[in-house]
Write a protein that binds this ligand. Structure first.
Ligand SMILES: *Cc1c(COP(=O)(O)O)cnc(C)c1O
Length: 333
């Protein structure tokens, strides 16, 4: 039983799974000219138990389990200002009765409302102490000073580590269970790749089931070779934690960086089109930093005439919607 392989790891319950899988009928109708029998589904990891939901909750379940086991009193995290990871760490800390210290820096060009709204606002509402840092170089100093004599647990950047990847390995098993209920098999599972542990976890989880090369990542941060190397290292380490058979190799990792655009957090015409398309046809929200770019990649895949017919495609909706409020002018509303 693959599921028992998770037993050695402590887990803090932060949401009630499984998250729903829904078919996008209206979007399929709109894309009919290019569809060629493809069926489009979304896994609603944007819904979630606490903090406004999002994929980071699955990763935090294992990190926070570890933190609780170590008797941590304060969570310490650093990252970009509109970090979903920081917002959900703050919510998880509130749920578990821990203090939370966040050091966050603005991205180039972020000013005004973007400095105080969205994820920053929510992090503060959850009781975290948020210090705005001038830039990433101030992070080590912030971390050194944050504990103030308390037992601290430092979150990895983007909440990505082999341990947190277990959250998405478990998600792969959840998807396989849902396939049985739906009476189909997915030919491709698509997800945004930032700090890589989510895609890596999915790869490690599907490997437990003997399914390889199923997961397609779209990088929103690193160049493809770097993102692939990170994803491979995390997938292997996660696979080792699960005592999986065989080896995960570079051939199992697929990351495309063609839809990232000028950089992390910078919008592209294609990602904004994808965001509007899903909002207007399905009433679903992508986020401008991650999932809108990955969905742009999925739409490009659909337009690829070399693609097989009748594919079942699953897009993992990863959340991040609070960041929308920092992009009002880009969204043209
Ligand atoms: C963090 C994040 C991702 C990417 O997950 P990684 O494990 O960092 O690659 C995707 N979507 C959203 C909304 C996120 O917050």
């Amino acid at each position: 039983m693959p599921a028992t392989r998770f037993d050695p790891y402590r887990r803090a319950r932060l949401f009630d799974g499984p998250t729903p899988i829904q078919r996008l009928h209206r979007l399929e109708a709109a894309l009919e000219p290019v569809l060629r029998g493809a069926r489009l589904f979304v896994k609603r990891d944007d819904l979630g138990g606490i903090g406004g939901g999002g994929s980071k909750l699955r990763k935090l379940e294992f990190l926070l389990g570890d933190a609780m086991m170590q008797g941590a009193e304060v969570l310490v995290g650093v990252g970009p200002l509109q970090s979903n990871s920081a917002r959900l760490a703050a919510a998880a800390a509130a749920r578990l009765g821990l203090a939370c210290e966040l050091g966050l820096w603005p991205l180039e060009g972020q000013a005004g409302e973007a400095l105080v709204s969205g994820n920053v606002l929510l992090g503060r509402l959850f009781g975290a102490r948020v210090q705005v840092l001038p830039d990433a170089s101030a992070a080590p100093g912030f971390i050194a000073a944050a504990a103030q004599g308390r037992k601290s647990y430092q979150l990895p950047p983007g909440a990505s580590s082999p341990l947190s990847a277990l959250g998405y390995a478990d998600c792969a098993l959840e998807i396989a269970d849902q396939e049985h209920a739906l009476g189909l098999r997915f030919d491709r599972v698509v997800i945004a790749n930032g700090s890589s542990a989510s895609q890596a976890g999915l790869i490690a989880g599907f490997a437990l089931l003997g399914r390889r090369r199923l997961v397609q990542g779209f990088s929103v941060l690193a160049d493809a070779p770097v993102a692939e190397a990170n994803t491979l290292a995390l997938a292997r380490a996660c696979h080792a934690l699960l005592r999986g058979e065989g080896e995960i190799t570079a051939a199992d990792i697929r990351v495309d960086d063609a839809w990232r655009g000028p950089g992390y957090g910078r919008t592209t015409a294609e990602s904004l089109d994808a965001l509007h398309l899903l909002a207007r046809h399905e009433g679903l929200l992508l986020d401008p930093v991650y999932s809108a770019k990955a969905f742009a990649g999925l739409l490009a895949h659909l337009r690829d005439v070399a693609r097989p017919r009748n594919e079942n495609l699953l897009f993992v909706m990863t959340g991040g919607t609070p960041a929308l409020f920092g992009y009002q002018s880009a969204l043209g509303t």
